[in-house]
Ligand binder design. Structure first.
Ligand code: GDP
Length: 364
């Protein structure tokens, strides 16, 4: 807005119209008013509990902010929402770029809203910091869902570390649940470490694949396969149907070879066409069957409790590291010690000890 005003002021000046003072005063008044209008933590909590998605978006912006005041307010909002959260099914969706994640989420999300569900779509994409814009959870890639009043789409938070992005997403889940969203879809890209982070914040983990030329089981990290509760072969349409069915059979066989899951669930493979909206309902049926099983054997609550502890420990780890590496003395000492370690002048362990001793001494 300020840029617009500056541009229009300079255009006015060029055109001989002089009104820059009034424009600036106007702008200042507007900024003052909008600052005053910042809702309190209580107003945000009330809004969220009433299903207001504007309040939800504003609160998420606070979570994502690096400003300490914002972070304090965000914590207040999260604490206020916590007693009303936890009542959703959290589903992680992963797959390499181009596999059809957005198309699938659009079709799946629409199917869920047609069943009367409220669906929130979040994304975990630490690379968005580098690429200056998220490639995941992009609203323009989910045209129908974005217009659906029972859907809420939020692109990935940006952050320096995966840990930071993941923590923000996890806090966002709490707010979405308190706002009445009963299905939370969390999209992540099938490369790197982000699947592990997403896996540790969801109830069900879905791996989206496409059929290749007989090489279905190659190039997939074993770890990701092991995490999957279902493998869905997308783009099972047109000439691709036969290949997709073959891939499904191969995955079915491979999934049975993995050690039995603590949940008691045997992962399944299926096919779908997100483009033609075929096979989408059976994915939901699979997830419903899973949820029924893990509610009956109490694994659902057990896993969530484990995840809560995991995120507490992760956050402590992350904050400790951040504090350590941000100490000016440590930054300086680390630089000089690095060379000595590389040149074998000092052992890595002795160097680490010197740095840690220095950190703890200065803490006291
Ligand atoms: P993402 O990068 O994993 O999110 O993939 P997109 O959803 O952007 O899809 C990548 C391309 O695959 C797009 O051109 C889609 O139209 C296409 N696509 C996605 N799902 C299907 C499908 O079920 N069948 C076919 N034939 N194409 C699909």
């Amino acid at each position: 807005m300020s840029i617009q005003k500056t541009v229009s002021s300079s255009l006015n000046e060029k055109a001989g119209i002089s009104q820059p003072e009034i424009t600036n005063l106007d702008a200042i008044e507007q900024i003052k008013k909008s600052r005053k209008k910042q809702p309190s933590a209580k107003e945000l909590i009330d809004g969220i509990l009433n299903g207001n998605t504007i309040a939800l978006s504003r609160a998420i912006t606070l979570i994502e902010s690096t400003n300490t005041d914002h972070q304090e307010k965000a914590n207040e909002v999260i604490n206020g929402c916590l007693p009303h959260a936890n009542q959703s099914i959290r589903i992680g969706i992963t797959g390499v770029p181009g596999v059809g994640k957005s198309t699938f989420i659009e079709a799946f999300g629409k199917h869920l809203t047609s069943l009367g569900k409220k669906v929130a779509v979040l994304a975990v994409d630490p690379s968005s910091t580098i690429s200056h814009g998220s490639i995941l959870g992009d609203k323009t890639r989910m045209e129908e869902l974005v217009k659906d009043s029972n859907a809420f789409i939020r692109p990935s938070a940006s952050g320096e570390t995966l840990g930071g992005v993941a923590r923000k997403t996890r806090e966002t889940i709490t707010l979405c649940e308190a706002c009445g969203f009963d299905i939370i879809l969390i999209e992540t890209v099938g490369v790197g470490q982000s699947e592990t982070a997403v896996h540790s914040m969801v109830d069900f983990f879905l791996l989206l694949k496409i059929a290749g030329a007989g090489d279905e089981l190659q190039g997939i990290k074993r770890g990701i396969m092991e995490m999957a509760d279902a493998v869905v072969i997308n783009k099972a349409d047109g000439d691709n149907i036969k290949k997709a069915n073959l891939a499904k059979m191969e995955f079915d066989r491979a999934l049975h070879l993995f050690p039995k899951k603590k949940s008691g669930w045997i992962p399944t493979a299926s096919t779908c066409s997100s483009l033609n909206k075929e096979g989408i309902d059976s994915v939901w049926q699979t997830i419903s069957d899973y949820v029924e099983l893990v509610h009956s054997n109490h694994y659902f609550e057990e896993k969530r409790k484990e995840q809560n502890l995991f995120w507490m420990m992760e956050t402590i780890d992350e904050q400790l590291k951040k504090h350590f590496y941000n100490q000016p003395k440590i930054i300086e000492l680390l630089e000089s010690t690095k060379n000595e370690v590389q040149d074998n002048a000092i052992s890595p362990f002795a160097a680490a000890k010197i740095l840690l001793d220095n950190y703890f001494k200065n803490k006291e």
